[in-house]
Design a protein around this ligand. Structure first.
Ligand code: NDP
Length: 500
């Protein structure tokens, strides 16, 4: 890549680019030689400036009318739409994913903004309740400055899932993108910021200390964090200092439970869409598959056959059906995990085809792998792998498989596969997870806009999407007027008085 095409990203505070003088490089995970961007390294002082700008803007933005906020969100969606093909392309180069996945990520971000705008008016209807004593009016009010901390794996959809509801409900925001995918999301946010008053959207980048400074800042009233469970614990501890509200979308170790009435060839094509998207780097990807012992061998063979069809290559190569991993830590972890799993005595079968093998030493490429004869308590089974290696575990009874599925501290999504809806639905009720899919486990099933998304146990706190997700960005303010003590002139049209 020539020097001129390297993007320079400055901090973005109060609608202004703020140079920091120090920069880190973003390189293409599929072509190490390509420097995509130089990104400003912020400091705790920059974080303070960004939070102060957001706090200042909040004093006005919180009073903006709902129709104004809806218009501005729709304006933001349009700005994002105008840039969508360029953003999808940039995402591939900084993040490594397939172009079709980054196009979906951008489309998801646009849809999220529009859906939030469409829900906002009815969400904000004020409820009033009257009895003999007086009136109670329950208002939904914004919280203040929101700190949005996002990971690299689906940055556009995840960021817009925070920005949309935060701004629609009258908050202002400081976004900290991941150092492994800061470019496209920042270009999107800067373009969208023009739809809002200065200071409503701010962006900071940094190395470790910036996230810490943001989560500790006393003027931040809510932290919306998506990332690993370990980091989530640090965020929660920081929030405790000044009792900030938190939303945590953390890691998952999603089980897929195959019931004994299915035919492997019927299930496998859909199942792999839940295992391998983004090379397994999806929080709600299937991370372990439980198969009835009776059909275990057949299932393993059918799955291997399907996985062998993957072509692993560069994200912008239209022949690729799996792309490289995002970063060196993830690459080293998956390589090490594969080796340790093999050494434990499990059968690890690496499958698929390498496209352009000459490039493999210059990118984080790995082949997908299917693992059998693995202990149900092996590292690969009980931890989140976040990569394209999947264990198959046999089971004998419903009771046994439920105990294994629930025997983890994770509880994001899960799935059950069967022709028997009643049985699948009964078992779904026994799974400890925020989401259970029946006969799917893929992003297409999340397209249903009535699905709130989030996890239980150590997979998170709170929900995103739908009005349940918007609820996370408001406080309830109850105003109680006693009509007996001091007679009031307040009049209520009985038709407006609603039961809460
Ligand atoms: P990390 O937890 O490593 O990082 C996430 C973000 O947190 C980054 O922006 C990082 O930036 C920042 N960060 C790191 N330390 C701190 C800190 N002490 N205080 C504040 N911020 C901090 O996750 P990854 O980016 O590696 O993403 C992968 C993980 O995210 C997986 O576990 C995956 O399951 C999870 N995830 C969960 C989703 C869900 O919806 N449940 C969705 C997508 C991913 P920096 O490193 O610069 O500090």
């Amino acid at each position: 890549m020539d020097k001129e095409s390297v993007i320079k990203l400055e901090l973005f505070i109060n609608q202004t680019d703020v140079p920091s003088g120090n920069y880190f490089e973003v390189r293409d995970p599929g072509r190490f030689a390509n420097v995509i961007a130089q990104v400003a390294i912020g400091s705790a002082t920059h974080v303070h400036e960004a939070v102060s700008a957001a706090h200042h803007a909040y004093q006005t933005w919180k009073h903006s009318g709902m129709s104004q906020r809806i218009d501005r969100l729709n304006c933001a969606a349009l700005e994002l739409e105008k840039l969508s093909s360029q953003l999808a392309q940039t995402l591939v180069q900084e993040q490594g994913m397939l172009l079709r996945d980054t196009q979906r990520d951008v489309a998801n971000g646009i849809r999220t903004l529009r859906e939030t705008a469409a829900l906002a008016a009815s969400f904000f209807e004020v409820k009033e309740y009257e009895d003999e004593e007086g009136w109670v009016r329950v208002e939904k009010v914004p919280r203040g400055v929101v700190a949005a901390i996002v990971p690299w794996n689906a940055p556009m959809g995840l960021t817009m899932g925070k920005v949309g509801p935060a701004l629609a409900t009258g908050n202002t925001i400081v976004v900290k993108p991941s150092p492994f995918a800061p470019v496209a999301v920042s270009q999107a946010l800067k373009a969208m910021a023009a739809c809002f008053p200065p200071g409503v959207i701010n962006i900071v980048y940094g190395e470790g200390d910036v996230g810490t400074a943001l989560t500790h800042h006393p003027l931040v009233r809510k932290i919306s964090f998506t990332g690993g469970t370990k980091t989530g614990k640090a965020v929660m501890a920081a929030a405790a200092e000044s009792i900030k509200n938190i939303g945590l979308e953390l890691g998952g170790n999603d089980p897929a439970i195959i019931l004994d009435d299915v035919v492997p060839a019927e299930v496998v094509p859909e199942l792999i869409k839940g295992i391998f998207p983004r090379s397994g780097q999806v929080c709600y990807a299937i991370k372990r598959v439980y198969v009835p012992a009776r059909i275990y061998d057949k299932f393993y063979d059918t799955l291997c056959e399907a996985v062998n069809e993957y072509k692993v290559g560069y994200g912008l190569d239209p022949r690729s059906t799996l792309a490289p991993l995002n970063n060196q830590n993830q690459y080293n972890f998956i390589k090490g995990l594969t080796q340790r799993t093999r050494q434990s005595g499990a059968v690890v079968r690496e499958l698929g085809q390498k496209l352009d093998p000459d490039h493999w030493d210059h990118g984080y490429y790995v082949l997908p792998a299917v693992v059998r004869d693995v202990s149900p308590t092996a590292e690969l089974v009980v931890n989140e792998q976040f990569g394209p290696i999947i264990p198959l575990i046999p089971y004998e009874s419903e009771q046994q498989v439920l105990a294994m599925a629930n025997g983890t501290e994770y509880g994001l999504a899960s799935s059950i596969w069967s022709h028997d809806y009643d049985r699948a639905s009964r078992l779904a009720g026994e799974i400890e997870a925020g989401i259970t899919f029946i006969n799917s486990h893929a992003r297409t099933a999340l397209g249903n806009r009535h699905m709130p998304f989030g996890g239980v146990k150590q997979s998170g706190i709170g929900r995103v999407r739908t009005t349940v997700g918007m609820d996370e960005y408001i406080e309830y303010h109850a105003i109680n007027l006693n009509k007996k003590t001091i007679p009031s002139t307040k009049k209520v049209n009985p038709q407006d008085a609603k039961q809460i």
